[in-house]
Design a binder for this molecule. Structure first.
Ligand code: SF4
Length: 288
């Protein structure tokens, strides 16, 4: 678990790391840049004997055309059960350093991730993907839910039997403490919201960040929460105020809560987070 600077969550949990760029919203992926630094840091810590080489998470290089050093897709079985040990209820962003929907994250591992989220019901998990089609198909498949209990990463005699029974018999579906979201950066990707609508989920949310253009095709039907944000960093692309105001108006008309994260700029805080003079810190109404 790491405390997060992301305004709409509390902590991050990364059972997978690494990814490949798939659309213009990925052009300045912060995770890709950070992975390169983390790879170098891990190498230094291992050399100094301060990190067990087996625990290094960013040593798998990705395809240089779409990914980068330390950003190859990797799964981390050793962190799977971490949320079960966090007693205080938390809002958990799943995979700030990856995309759970990536084709190279195997279905069996995804079943384990959902099994842990189902058992750790003191927490609220936020899963965000740019690959909502694969996620919709998997979560709509009844065998996914059925296999979750078997995929729970416990060993026999380690409390696993109770958890197995609870998951198999009592866990409701979709999991009430898991929010599923997709990112949309420009109008040509509004279809991702259609895939999200097909996804069984207690809460469905859209992250319109980095917002790179107006979204005239945006349909908020079946959407429970919208996050809007501009891009940050040295190569930040500007967000036009009208694009954000239009989405705010659409959210108000549709009764969808809005979280306006930031305007963006060289740093996330550079241009503040007021939209037409107000802070928009709304959350989904269907919170547990
Ligand atoms: S999908 Fe997300 S994690 Fe993957 S490259 Fe794009 S922005 Fe980065």
């Amino acid at each position: 678990m790491s405390a997060s600077k992301i305004e709409w969550t509390e902590v991050t949990w990364n059972p997978t790391t690494g990814c490949d760029r798939i659309s213009s919203g990925c052009d300045n992926c912060y995770a890709l840049t950070l992975a390169k630094r983390l790879k170098a840091m891990e190498i230094s810590l291992v050399a100094k004997g301060k990190l067990d080489a087996g625990k290094a998470k960013y040593q798998n290089d990705g395809d240089p055309r779409t990914s980068g050093p330390g950003f190859g897709v990797a799964v981390h079985h050793d962190v799977l059960i971490e949320p079960l040990h966090w007693r205080k209820p938390r809002m958990v962003f799943v995979n700030s350093m990856s995309d759970l929907g990536h084709a190279r994250v195997e279905r069996g591992f995804l079943e384990s991730v959902f099994a842990v989220m189902g058992v750790a019901r003191q927490h609220t998990f936020q899963v965000l993907t740019k690959r909502p089609g694969r996620v919709a198909k998997l979560l709509s498949d009844s065998s996914f839910r059925e296999r979750m209990a078997e995929s729970m990463p416990f060993e026999d005699g380690n409390g696993g039997d109770d958890v197995f029974d609870w998951l198999a018999v009592n866990a409701s579906w979709p999991l009430p403490n898991v929010w599923m979201g997709t990112s949309i950066e420009s109008d040509e990707y509004c279809w991702r919201a259609d895939e999200l609508r097909k996804t069984p989920a207690a809460v469905r949310f859209l992250s319109l960040e980095p917002l790179l253009g107006p979204l005239p095709s945006l349909n908020l039907e079946g959407i429970d929460w919208v996050i809007v944000g501009g891009e940050s960093g040295p190569k930040a692309r500007p967000m036009h105020p009208q694009w954000a105001s239009d989405i705010r108006d659409q959210c108000a008309d549709s009764g969808v809560p809005l979280f306006f994260k930031q305007w963006g700029g060289r740093t996330p805080k550079e241009n503040g987070r007021h939209l037409d003079g107000e802070i928009w810190d709304q959350y989904p109404l269907r919170q547990q």
